[in-house]
Write a protein that binds this ligand. Structure first.
Ligand code: ATP
Ligand code: MG
Length: 298
């Protein structure tokens, strides 16, 4: 962490975000410009990516606060304690929770791991699915397909009974219902902006008995966004998310084991532009109006 604020004590460093201690109830969550593909952090960064993620998450958390409470206290740099100016726009002061050990994936379309599963077994997240579906087809109803929240390595898909066993039936049902409500809201807003929210992942945490949605929300890192006018079942749509980088990496012949090949300059530039375009399409705000801060944070 090159530019950590001197007064802040690091708690945890994930693939993309760094957490810093603030007090007993709150912490600072800082989104870096790191990018991970197939759970491998690349050696290159995408300038401004962390600021885009924080800007977009902040916007979605505000829009959805009447659906479910969230962990955001503030993303305004003037509300943050002793933060280096470099963190402005990337840092979010959040409520500390006990994370629910399940990644809450909602799928509205048949793609990625779900398409792979469907081709092999005819099921999606263990649920029976109609025969004859094509890649990127719309699902009749969105499906909740949770996975493990692996401490290390890859998240593994959970069947409903495995998920219930892991977190308990009451928590499973609350997280499932909130995820479905958030997805429905997000997909319908995205549609009004010419975008398909094909799938997304939420995380939840407990604060006492309260269930809060935590981490990030409906960003290009945690979601698949497709331009609606380019969607054609039977083929992979172009996307506003990491799929572009995944496709580049696979085309080099990379075996998904670290280290990943370097990203050429044009792939970095294009990825940055896609993230900013997604933010601006979804929010109708200009990214240049978001809080200023350092353009780079490894
Ligand atoms: N309000 C919160 N309370 C507790 N933990 C949180 C909260 N918000 C986010 N987190 C956790 O902070 C971490 C953010 O780091 P990041 O997104 O980089 O992790 P990751 O690499 O995706 O996942 P992980 O580190 O869990 O493998 C995640 O582990 C996330 O679950
Ligand atoms: Mg994460």
């Amino acid at each position: 962490m090159a530019m950590s604020a001197p007064d802040l004590k690091p708690i945890y460093s994930g693939k993309v975000r760094d957490l810093y201690e603030v007090d007993a109830d709150s912490m600072l969550m800082v989104a870096s410009d790191r990018i991970s593909v197939f759970d491998v952090v690349l050696s290159d960064i995408v300038p401004d990516k962390g600021r885009v993620l924080t800007a977009l998450s902040t916007w979605w958390f505000e829009q959805t606060s009447s659906i479910i409470a969230n962990h955001v206290i503030s993303s305004d740099p003037t509300d943050l304690p002793d933060v280096a100016g470099d963190f402005a726009g990337r840092a979010m002061l959040v409520t500390i929770t006990k994370p629910v050990r399940m990644e809450c994936v909602v799928r509205g379309y048949l793609f990625g791991a779900a398409w792979t599963e469907y081709q092999a077994s005819g099921t999606i997240g263990g649920f029976e699915a109609p025969t004859g579906m094509r890649e990127a087809d719309r699902l009749e109803t969105p499906l909740f397909t949770p996975s493990t929240k692996a401490e290390e390595g890859h998240d593994m898909p959970l069947t409903k009974s495995q998920a219930v066993e892991l977190v308990g039936s009451e928590l499973y049902e609350r997280a499932r219902q909130s995820s479905m409500d958030l997805y429905e809201f997000g997909a319908s807003h995205a549609a009004s902006r010419g975008l398909i929210l094909a799938d997304t992942k939420f995380e939840f945490g407990l604060r006492g008995d309260d269930l809060l949605v935590i981490d990030e929300m409906m960003t290009p890192d945690s979601s698949r966004y497709w331009p609606a006018d380019k969607w054609e079942p039977g083929s992979a749509p172009p996307s506003f998310d990491k799929q572009y980088v995944r496709d580049y990496m696979l085309a080099t012949g990379w075996d998904k084991e670290p280290p990943a090949p370097p990203m050429p300059a044009d792939v970095i530039v294009n990825t940055r532009a896609k993230y900013i375009e997604a933010y601006e399409m979804i929010t109708s705000l200009a990214f240049s109006d978001w809080f200023d801060g350092a353009q780079h944070l490894r």
